[in-house]
Design a protein around this ligand. Structure first.
Ligand code: CTP
Length: 416
């Protein structure tokens, strides 16, 4: 995963990596490496407690810069003001409950908290702590305060915590934190535009559903889920609360996203319908199987000795997109479909896509021309985004992240 670098006067984007004192501090080394290996100039500002977990020599060696926790080192350079002022991005990973509380209340008793007060660039915080501390009303209030002020707070992941316990509170995968930061940096510092999905709940479906035939076989398709995952990441970077309904995808969970895993189209339908009831936007990037076997064999289907193949009777699955578009529980919500089309005697790719947009009743339809087997499983995508208002936006070949942002641009414009 690479990050688009934003040029600055020094030629490299300047990133401040704040590290507060939690066990997940060791994972911040990986975040740091990803920044430095993709031409970012990183100043690490750990808290004194963070140095209990990972020592200053590690941060200095990995960043190539001296490391300080206090405002009293090199005072003539006024570091408590300069570091924040000069930054293009400040990311705090992990952010402890204590750090969130200090930041929410504007305390400034060490170099990191001073830096947070002087920074005018985008600020990303990746909290990590035990579930009880994360769920405590004090922490939730502090997070809400920071979000209101435009800080991008990435929800922690669920999973194994420091001890034997599990729950919400894990630091997301460092590569995924880095990906969110890359997105934020690439979008620049324009306030208001940057977090234009803040306070919005969006649902994205991704991957290909599987319809079981017997205990070992299924009907499936080639969808990798990459476009849906790129959409989820991009929405997090724009401040949204994101539910990702994921069918059989072998990709790491995007940071800050609630991932609901499903297998079949019926499972996906139930999960999408449930999440859509509180959603401002639903984007169906998945490839749900249109048909399923009428009967699921309880035993493995055996070969016939006479050499004949079995007949499998199929029935239609529900059309999730059409259902969501028809039953909008939230007035004004935006529904987006995808269509992988090939032209035929009845019309061009765009003719068929326009007819599909009308048939499905969605607001936007992202159309891929797959005439030559393009797109599947690749890093790049090209598409036309059709609107129910007759609009058509051509998105030339670019990363799936770029297409994701063009889609969210259209969604955000519709949400107003
Ligand atoms: N879709 C859905 N439920 C299904 C099948 C598809 O919600 N059972 C959604 C896909 O996620 C996509 C859109 O519908 O956003 C278009 O998918 P496509 O397979 O092109 O639609 P179909 O209705 O199956 O059209 P076709 O007959 O051309 O295959």
């Amino acid at each position: 995963m690479t990050t688009p670098a934003v040029p600055t006067e020094s030629g490299r984007p300047r990133v401040v990596l704040g590290v507060s004192g939690g066990i997940a501090a060791y994972k911040a080394c990986e975040v740091l490496r990803r920044f430095t290996e993709s031409a970012h100039d990183v100043t690490v500002v750990p808290t004194a407690a963070a140095l209990e977990f990972v020592g200053a020599p590690t941060w200095a060696a990995l960043s190539g810069h001296p490391v300080s926790t206090e405002v009293w080192d090199e005072v003539h350079q006024v570091p408590h003001v300069r570091i924040g002022q000069e930054a293009d991005l400040v990311v705090v990973a992990p952010a402890t409950a204590d750090l969130l509380a200090k930041a929410a209340h504007g305390l400034a008793d060490d170099l990191l908290t001073n830096t947070l007060l002087t920074a005018r660039c985008p600020v990303v915080m990746a909290p990590a702590m035990h579930t009880e501390m994360w769920e405590h009303p004090a922490t939730q209030h502090n997070v809400a305060t920071l979000r209101e002020r435009g800080v991008l707070v990435i929800d922690p992941a669920e999973g194994r915590l420091t001890g034997a316990d599990t729950g919400r509170g894990r630091l997301p995968d460092p590569a995924e934190i880095f990906a969110v930061c890359g997105d934020v940096l690439a979008r620049g510092a324009g306030d208001g535009v940057r977090l234009d999905l803040a306070g919005r709940h969006v649902v994205v479906s991704a991957g290909g559903t599987r319809e079981r035939l017997d205990p070992v076989r299924y009907l499936g398709n080639r969808s990798s889920g990459r476009q849906g995952y790129a959409l989820a990441r991009a929405a997090v970077a724009r401040g949204a609360e994101v539910t990702l309904v994921s069918a059989n995808v072998a990709l790491p969970d995007p940071a800050g996203v609630k991932v609901v895993r499903v297998e079949s189209t019926a499972d996906m339908r139930d999960a999408v319908v449930a999440a859509a009831s509180s959603a401002d936007a639903v984007v169906m990037a998945a490839a749900p199987a249109d048909f399923r076997p009428v009967n699921l064999s309880a035993v493995k289907i055996k070969k016939d000795l006479d050499g004949s193949a079995p007949s499998i009777e199929l029935e239609q699955n529900p059309d999730i997109l059409a259902e969501i578009a028809a039953d909008r529980t939230r007035p004004g919500s935006v529904v987006v479909g995808f269509a992988a089309e090939t032209g035929d005697d009845t019309g061009s790719v765009l003719d068929l896509a326009r007819a599909k947009l009308a048939r499905k009743g969605c607001d936007l339809l992202v159309v891929n021309d797959v005439s030559e087997g393009k797109v599947f499983g690749q890093e790049h995508n090209e598409a036309v985004i059709l609107g129910s208002d007759g609009s058509a936006l051509d998105v030339p070949r670019a990363t799936k992240s770029v297409l994701a942002h063009r889609i969210w641009d259209r969604v955000a414009a519709r949400l107003g």
